[in-house]
Design a protein around this ligand. Structure first.
Ligand code: T1G
Length: 703
């Protein structure tokens, strides 16, 4: 009768186990069987109460995201309808939550009268992360369970709650120590309810969810978020839905929620965010690496270099409970690095993200050394030394001598050739690139650079480890700058050249931040350091010899000691953290333009958008054609998670598909023709882009 539901009786209880691997996503087939099982239990006079559980799977990860946009999305029984059916039962229903109850999964649990959770369970309404809002009662039932203010914070952040916190808030009635005794505890609780003649569902703890909030609470909340919500649809809809929970009866609130949910679901922003949800999972699927590729055990990690990057990298592993040995050349460098790590954790304690015990536990997982011999038993070694090939090669020669067979030897290089690093060892199959983004303990992107000789199991191990330390891994082939920095080159080149041609740094940055980028090019370089960019260019002067015009302004600023925020001026002038336009920079640009014979002119915002974005997109397409990136969605993940591209636009290549590939190609061709020698030199359409447009393709894929 059922294939996705396990229906059984335990005396007066009906046990309904959801059983659709891997996460009980509430797709149409599961919804239909669950509705039937609830009808069966409701109609059976011997059944006095129901217990809903995840069988041996997580309780439920919510609606089936893969169904959205299809006819199945709300095919009867829709999830809202199913939950109203559940809520109307006149028998107590206890949800036994193991693993996760997220989105529609938590909404399912909230439609039950009572909830028991295993102590390690995670509960939440992460719809906002998909550009959605809870669409099956979450914006109406959660405020009635925990109050509108707490509900709003959970819904707008999409954050997960641990079961203990959920219990404190009244979202969970009982806790079970672990998964093994969860079902037993839930059944005992159901019998307790029956013995007490408890109602099928108790009165709402917050019948007036907005009680105690002033009349302007929601308007004031929205006003404070204007810049953060810039251009985004879902947060406004979510706020309106939660606000209605304090104004409308449940039925009317559910109806309004449904209208607002459908608006969010139809938005291009949600489609873009759902694209990225699946892109993150697709990025783990690598040719030559299958689910049964044996992983190398990683019990101890060594990090070479205790500077900003090394320290941040080390923290990732300690945060995941993996001991780290930190190596430096000098004791004072080690002490400085460790002190900075402790300071980072102390800030987390001040912010309530850690407690003192956890801080001590984490610091206890560090040990330090000046002696490479102490790395002999490390399973993974990551070097984060100065970005110079010879220095890195020397480090790897030493590692080749001291590290045990099978240890993975990784370089955190951001641009250098991993194959040339591997070549100085006798074990190139164990060498890989792990490019963390600064601050390494915060940024989620991790570019995993697969060398020509990198072994599949070394690659599989680092992919799995990346997920364990909370990173979003993207595999890149070997080229200068891998995926992210390779694309940054033309994007930043157009920005710099546009300032010589007549735009201001502030105008360029404003166009980019108005598109949704976290930071404009010039603000970014001022933050990263103009001196850093200068040194990278110095290492590649030959590669840009034919037209260094676009570097002249940055070089000139460097020569004047204007290194950016760190020196109080760069492309901008800084009063504390305030960024101010500087007429001196414009004057310098005018002077350089004269020297270079560049005719300055008024530059439109549209030209800034097109030249910066189209050349970013073009380079991404070229990377795909060269096989450096495996798929266009990988490139989107890199720029959303490493360079601040707005997630609700799906990433640069997804954005190109929305703009239309013909428009991108025509734009590049137009500027190639109208920008003289510079245009001919630098604005060359990627051959794959031309092939895709010629073939009438809408999607970016290799062909
Ligand atoms: N729908 C469809 N597939 C899902 C899914 C979902 N909700 N959640 C996970 N998967 C797939 C995923 O694509 C992968 O597939 C496999 O399950 C394992 O996932 C009405 C509208 C639950 C914490 O946002 O956060 O409910 O790659 O690799 O690391 O109001 O998955 O193996 O083929 O991530 O252990 C709201 C999304 C939906 C939760 C498990 N729910 N999922 O993490 O495994 S909208 C979410 C997660 C909604 C209602 C609204 C995580 C996880 P494949 P995984 P994991």
């Amino acid at each position: 009768m059922y294939s996705l539901i396990h229906y059984s009786r335990d005396n007066e209880l009906a046990l309904i186990g959801l059983h659709q691997a891997p996460v009980n996503a509430l797709g149409h087939a599961l919804r239909r069987e669950l509705a039937e099982a609830c009808r069966q239990a409701a109609a059976d006079p011997a059944v006095k109460a129901l217990v809903l559980h995840g069988q041996d799977l997580p309780f439920s990860a919510g609606a089936d995201i893969g169904e959205f946009g299809s006819d199945f999305t709300w095919a009867e029984p829709s999830l809202p309808a199913l939950l109203e059916q559940l809520e109307s039962l006149d028998k107590p229903v206890v949800a036994a939550i193991a693993g996760v109850a997220l989105g529609g999964g938590l909404e399912l649990a909230m439609a039950c009268g009572y909830r028991v959770a295993e102590a390690s369970a995670q509960l939440g309404l992460p719809e906002i992360l998909l550009g959605l809002i809870p669409g099956a009662g979450g914006t109406q039932r959660l405020p009635r369970l925990v109050g509108a203010e707490q509900a709003l914070q959970l819904i707008l952040s999409g954050q997960r709650l641990g079961a203990g916190k959920a219990h404190e808030l009244g979202l969970v009635d009982r806790l079970a120590d672990n998964r093994d005794d969860l079902l037993e505890r839930a059944c005992a609780f159901a019998r307790e309810l029956l013995a007490d003649a408890a109602p099928a569902r108790p009165a709402w703890p917050h019948a007036e969810p907005a009680a105690g909030l002033d009349d302007h609470y929601f308007d004031a909340y929205a006003a404070r978020q204007v810049s953060r919500w810039h251009g985004q649809v879902a947060p406004q809809l979510a706020l309106a839905a939660v606000q209605s929970a304090g104004q409308l009866p449940l039925a009317a609130g559910l109806a309004l929620e449904q209208e607002l949910f459908q608006q969010a679901l139809a938005s291009a922003q949600s489609a873009a965010l759902r694209h990225l949800f699946f892109a993150e999972r697709e990025a783990l699927k690598i040719p030559g690496v299958t689910r049964d590729t044996a992983l190398r055990p990683i019990g101890k990690v060594a990090v070479i270099g205790a500077g900003t990057m090394g320290g941040g990298i080390a923290m990732n592993f300690v945060n995941a409970g993996i001991p780290v040995v930190l190596l430096e050349l000098k004791r004072e460098a080690l002490d400085r690095g460790l002190a900075q790590i402790r300071k980072n954790y102390e800030i987390s304690v001040q912010r309530g993200k850690l407690d003192e015990v956890q801080l001590q536990q984490r610091m206890a997982l560090f040990c330090t050394t000046l002696d490479y011999a102490d790395l002999a038993d490390a399973d993974l070694v990551i070097e984060a030394v100065f970005e110079n090939l010879e220095i890195k090669q020397q480090v790897f020669r030493t590692l080749d001598e001291v590290c045990k067979p099978g240890a993975i030897l990784a370089s955190n290089t951001s641009t250098l050739d991993v194959d040339r690093i591997a070549a100085v060892t006798r074990r190139p199959q164990d060498v890989i690139g792990l490019h963390f983004f600064s601050p390494a303990n915060v940024m989620r992107l991790l570019e995993i650079v697969r060398g020509a000789a990198t072994a599949p199991d070394a690659l599989a191990t680092t992919l799995q480890l990346a997920r364990k330390i909370g990173k979003i891994p993207v595999v890149s082939g070997v080229c200068f700058g891998f995926i992210g920095n390779r694309m940054l080159e033309p994007y930043a080149r157009e920005a710099h050249r546009l300032v010589l041609e007549g735009a201001s740094p502030a105008q360029v940055d404003r166009v980019l931040t108005n598109l949704g980028l976290a930071m404009g090019v010039f603000a970014m370089y001022d933050l990263a350091g103009i001196d850093v960019g200068y040194l990278v260019r110095e290492s590649r002067r030959a590669a840009i010899a034919h037209d260094p015009s676009y570097c002249k302004l940055a070089d000139a600023l460097y020569e004047r000691g204007r290194y950016g925020q760190k020196s109080g001026s760069g492309f901008y002038r800084y009063a504390g953290r305030e960024r101010l336009e500087d007429g001196e920079v414009i004057a310098l640009a005018e002077q350089l333009a004269g020297t270079l014979g560049i005719q300055r002119r008024v530059i439109s915002d549209q030209e800034i958008h097109d030249r910066c974005l189209f050349m970013l997109i073009n380079e991404g397409i070229q990377l795909l054609d060269e096989g450096i990136a495996l798929r266009s969605a990988d490139i989107d993940l890199v720029w959303v998670n490493g360079y601040g591209f707005p997630a609700w636009r799906g990433g640069p290549l997804y954005y190109a598909e929305q703009l239309g590939l013909q428009r991108v190609l025509s734009g590049i061709r137009n500027y190639r023709e109208t920008l003289g020698v510079y245009g001919e030199t630098w604005l060359r359409p990627a051959p794959l882009l031309e092939r895709l447009v010629a073939a009438g393709h809408q999607r970016i894929e290799r062909c």
